[in-house]
Design a protein around this ligand. Structure first.
Ligand code: SF4
Length: 450
């Protein structure tokens, strides 16, 4: 490789101009002033801001991932931008999604402006995506560079409510989060707020068409993902497979209603649209939001929650899921439409880590069993899954006395889950073997419907 000789490099016009200027930032940079950084963030469009050092305990679960993406990271600047409430509350999806899209653009633009200003001051920084696009090549594993919610909590910008969104003490649930990574320490770090703005009113529980938010605190990720995110990654893959499996236009139309095709086209053209997000719409938490709820709770529910509950709409569910039961029981005027689960694991590790996300407590009622899994082949791994009356525990290694033992070649097992390999054939070829009552395997399958 040819290197430019040092003398020639020194005489290059770019280098000469730079050497003539004083350095933008001293080499041993002192901590940046939080007040100065906060002013930059607010001027860039943020409505509140906080700072979290990379060594803080709250970042431990994602520190390694952040440093892998940004080895220079020393501090995270977390900020919020507000969303307009009445748009988010509108039963018309176009009105609500317009606000989601424009608020997301505002967060991305704010992060970009912050970084632009810091670069001018010689501070190395990078802004991260508010939501999408993400690291799609990692699908179905963790696709995002930074989990904004724990950062915002650590930065004192709110706490997670029952609906699993961060609630700002003043702006409530009507916010989107952004994070900027800084190659600098800050003189005054923020601390979490000492109370949760969530009122535990459970309006989000009543508004969610899929029953994803349990009054007991359980969150059914699969139900939320299958319906609300239908037109994001997984739902698109399901639609593409439906197209591939259709042998004619009329065959396709039997499986996909015209309105669904139009809706998907709309998402592909203008940005993926949320199907519900009603948990945000009805949330009365936050100083700026709570007054109408406090003054007349019945009227608030009639004005804000009922129109969403009464709306006739399609709700996407997995066949045999708790969500399917919920729609039929609680919202008989909405139509439950069965779709495939597209959270298909691509490795044994993602299979195990994904189990809590797709577990259906309603289907586990009365089941008490310990399952031992031994996976062989390229990914050798042992795991124990305990289902105990609507609760789930997944641990690596074999623990306790099993009621059911399954030994499987990892690839074959993943192929079976994807619907590509027949279980009976795999049993005959001894690629999958088990010891225990077959009804326990069936019960296991019911807890994780696909
Ligand atoms: S709707 Fe009520 S229970 Fe749900 S997150 Fe908001 S304040 Fe908490």
């Amino acid at each position: 490789m040819n290197h430019t000789p040092a003398k020639a490099l020194r005489n290059h016009p770019t280098v000469r101009r730079l050497l003539d200027k004083p350095p933008a930032q001293a080499k041993d940079t002192p901590a940046l002033e939080a007040a100065w950084l906060g002013k930059i963030a607010l001027e860039a469009g943020a409505e509140d801001v906080g700072f979290v050092g990379m060594e803080r305990a709250e970042l431990a679960p994602q520190r390694e991932d952040i440093l892998r993406a940004f080895p220079f990271a020393k501090t995270l600047l977390s900020f919020v931008c507000r969303m307009n409430r009445e748009n988010i509350r509108a039963p018309s999806r176009s009105v609500a999604n317009l606000e989601f899209h424009q608020s997301a653009d505002a967060v991305n633009e704010t992060g970009r402006r912050i970084v632009r200003t810091l670069e001018r001051h010689g501070v190395r920084a990078a802004n991260t995506a508010v939501g999408f696009p993400m690291e799609a090549d990692r699908w179905p594993a963790k696709m995002w560079v930074i989990s904004h919610k724990p950062v915002a909590e650590a930065a004192g910008l709110g706490r997670m409510g029952l609906h699993r969104n961060v609630i700002h003490p003043v702006f409530g649930s009507f916010i989107l989060l952004g994070t900027v990574v800084l190659d600098a320490t800050v003189d005054h770090e923020s601390r979490p707020i000492d109370y949760n703005p969530c009122l535990e009113c459970k309006l989000c529980v009543g508004a969610c068409p899929t029953g994803a938010i349990g009054a007991d605190g359980h969150f059914d990720f699969s139900a939320c993902y299958t319906h609300n995110y239908r037109e994001f990654m997984g739902g698109f893959a399901d639609w593409a497979e439906t197209v591939a499996a259709s042998t004619s236009a009329s065959g396709y139309r039997k499986k996909v209603a015209d309105a669904e095709s139009v809706s998907l086209w709309q998402s592909l053209s203008f940005g993926a649209n949320y199907k519900a997000a009603y948990c945000l719409s009805v949330c009365p938490a936050g100083e700026d939001v709570i007054r109408p709820f406090l003054e007349d709770r019945k009227r608030f529910i009639a004005d804000v929650m009922r129109p969403l509950q009464d709306k006739s709409e399609t709700v996407y569910v997995i066949a045999g899921s708790d969500a399917e039961d919920h729609v039929r029981r609680r919202f008989p005027h909405k139509s439950a439409r069965r779709v495939r689960n597209t959270l298909r694991p691509t490795s044994i590790r993602t299979f195990l880590s994904g189990l809590p996300l797709v577990f259906q407590p309603g289907r586990a009622k009365g089941l008490r069993a310990t399952y031992h899994f031994r996976f062989t082949g390229e990914e050798t791994l042992n795991a124990t899954v305990v289902i105990h009356d609507r609760t789930l525990e997944v641990r690596e290694g074999l623990h306790g006395q099993p009621d059911f033992r399954l030994t499987a070649d990892g690839k074959t097992w993943l192929g079976f889950l994807a619907g590509e390999i027949n279980l009976v054939g795999a049993l005959l070829r001894r690629k999958i073997r088990f010891r225990g009552a077959p009804k326990l395997l069936q019960a296991f399958g019911r807890c994780f419907p696909t």
